[in-house]
Design a protein around this ligand. Sequence first.
Ligand code: SF4
Ligand code: SF4
Length: 76
Amino acid sequence: MSDANWESRCKRCGKCCHTKDGIACEHLRYIGAASSCDVYDKRHGHHRDISGRAVECLPMEDYMRIYGMPEGCGYR
Ligand code: SF4
Ligand code: SF4
């Protein structure tokens, strides 16, 4: 499957950009129900959540291996 086909499965829910206790990454933006990342092209690495705690943005396969897949994620 091409990267574009694979990425088209994302529903832009933004759940993978929240910590386990539900606090969002500082770079997560919503237009209605659709999320986007304001640093998408350079997203992987260290950031902060909106409470100021350090968070790490991981490639999705690493995220899923560590945290599991968010409920309702299009990659399920
Ligand atoms: S940096 Fe990563 S975790 Fe933060 S909003 Fe962008 S994609 Fe989500
Ligand atoms: S949890 Fe899945 S569907 Fe939702 S934004 Fe993340 S990758 Fe996309």
